[in-house]
Design a protein around this ligand. Structure first.
Ligand code: HEM
Length: 476
């Protein structure tokens, strides 16, 4: 009886097996959906044991507020992970670093240098060139089905690569194919969270091989950038436009204005991967889901197209980024896409200090997973929750800033996404161009409503099948 009294009150959860705990119950092709179904039974704060890892699943805005606002400092770390340790140089990227001084300095550097509005604007030319190139390639195949998913993904990676490495980086293709592999393998960690499983399944060996390949390329990129910099110094010529590696290299120099931080080569390599993995796939997937949803609902497609064409016909038939804020409906389409299809449906955090949340005990070093996907589809907070209906965001005060806990596609609190402006502008301009220049049809006489929207879980959640559409020229 005495023992029972002292047992902490952990959140409710399903029965567990010895050793593996609840791993078998979340082994589903779409764990975020499975977790939502389980939360319907056990409640919005649910306890699971994933191997050795005690995990709490959060599935309601009220608990998100408790955890990511009221107790934000306690839950501002990331759980330890083999992917973070091996691929991200012992968790020294911004997304993987434990909460503390090092993370705070990186975050500050990102907010004042890397991801500012001014910096994002400075890459307008790159975006324009790469996206116009995408339109030209699509135009050359008009009338026949194109694999829009892969084309968009390549364009987004090309933009990211030029922004990060500068124009003429020759190993771009090899690097991007490794990034894609990284995204794919990172998604499998949930299923092999126990160390013995990682060894038996060869998961760790794969991560280590990938890390060696990545490291070789990134080391070369850094060396090339340093050489270019010293050449420019020798001939006293103006340096070319700065890319993100140039900016990060400035933080290697102790004499740089910001003396707090002095990055090593490995730190820079981890941050570069954050930018590619955190920024590339997420933006491309959002464009893909938005196009798929609009194809399924021609009313929405037409309305968005009319708006884009009205605005850009006035700017001399070109998609001019400075008018992007006039596209109120398109922006609602993007918001609605991110509500139904957040690319990162499960946001991981770690509890740094044992605490109580509404009477439930959350142990130190345990994992917290916020089910952003389930919250965005909860009928308690959204009318016709499963319907794609962008109008719900017109004249609504809900934004991406993380203050509305029922809508958190970019997370919330201290660790919320620092790349929102970077990501959104790519998504909005790409969609505006695709809608401005083409009408879109499904191949093989497929009916709009028959387009399959099955999800595929990975580091981010995409549509299971690539989106094939027939572009029909509308505007030159
Ligand atoms: C549609 C696009 C994007 C979506 C939906 C998205 C979503 C997210 C989410 C949900 C988180 C976790 C937030 C949390 O823990 O509360 C995150 C973190 C992060 N994102 Fe994004 N993101 C996007 C684009 C980008 C871009 C373009 C970049 C960089 C260029 C980026 C870089 C990062 C980084 C570095 C973190 C980790 C921040 C930290 O732990 O301090 N993201 N993102």
């Amino acid at each position: 009886l005495k023992k029972r009294e002292s047992t902490p009150n952990i959140p409710p959860g399903p029965w567990k097996l010895p050793i593996i705990g609840n791993i078998h119950q979340v082994l589903a092709s779409t764990p975020h959906q499975k977790l939502r179904d389980m939360a319907k039974i056990y409640g919005p704060l649910m306890h699971l044991q994933l191997g050795k890892m005690t995990t709490t699943i959060v599935s309601s805005p009220a608990y998100v507020k408790e955890i990511m606002k009221t107790h934000d400092v306690i839950f501002s770390s990331r759980p330890q992970s083999a992917v973070f340790d091996i691929l991200y140089y012992e968790s020294t990227g911004l997304a993987s670093a434990p909460y503390g001084n090092y993370w705070r300095l990186l975050r500050k550097m990102c907010t004042i240098e890397l991801f500012t509005q001014k910096r994002v604007n400075s890459f307008q030319q790159v975006r324009q060139e790469e996206l116009v190139n995408l339109i030209k390639i699509i135009d050359s195949q008009k009338g026949s089905p194109v694999n829009l998913s892969q084309m968009v993904l390549s364009s987004i990676y090309s933009i990211t690569s030029r922004v990060a490495f500068g124009k003429n980086y020759k190993g771009q293709e090899e690097f991007i194919s490794l990034v894609k592999e990284e995204v794919e393998i990172a998604g499998r960690e949930l299923y092999s969270s126990a160390r013995w499983l990682q060894l038996v399944t060869g998961f760790r060996a794969k991560l280590e091989r990938l890390h060696r390949q990545m490291d070789r390329i990134l080391e070369n990129i850094i060396i090339e950038h340093k050489e270019a910099k010293s050449r420019a110094k020798e001939v006293q010529s103006e340096q070319k436009d700065e890319d993100l590696v140039d900016i990060l290299l400035k933080f290697q120099n102790i004499n740089h204005g910001n003396k707090d931080i002095c990055l090593t080569n490995d730190n820079i390599k981890a941050i570069i991967q954050d930018i590619f993995v955190g920024g590339g796939d997420t933006s491309a997937i959002t464009i893909d889901w938005a196009m798929a949803e609009m194809v399924r609902d021609p009313r929405v497609m037409k309305k968005a197209q009319n708006e884009v064409r009205r605005v850009f016909n006035m700017t001399g038939n070109r998609v001019d980024e400075t008018c992007i804020n006039e596209l109120k409906y398109l922006k609602s389409v993007v918001k609605e896409t991110l509500r139904l299809h957040p690319p990162l449906p499960l946001v991981p955090r770690e509890c740094r200090q044992a605490c109580e949340i509404r009477g439930y005990h959350i142990p130190i070093k345990s994992s917290i997973v916020v089910n952003v996907w389930a919250i965005g589809r909860d009928p308690k907070f959204w009318s016709e929750a499963e319907r794609f209906y962008p109008e719900r965001f017109i004249d609504s005060s809900i934004d991406y800033k993380g203050a509305n806990f029922e809508y958190i596609p970019f997370g919330t609190g201290r660790r919320m996404c620092p790349g929102i402006t970077f990501g959104l502008i790519n998504v909005e301009v790409a969609l505006a161009l695709l809608l401005y220049h083409f009408d879109w049809m499904l191949p093989n006489g497929m009916k709009n409503e028959d387009l399959d929207m099955t999800e595929q879980f990975g580091a981010s959640v995409r549509r299971k099948d690539d989106l094939y559409l027939i572009p029909v020229t509308s505007s030159p």
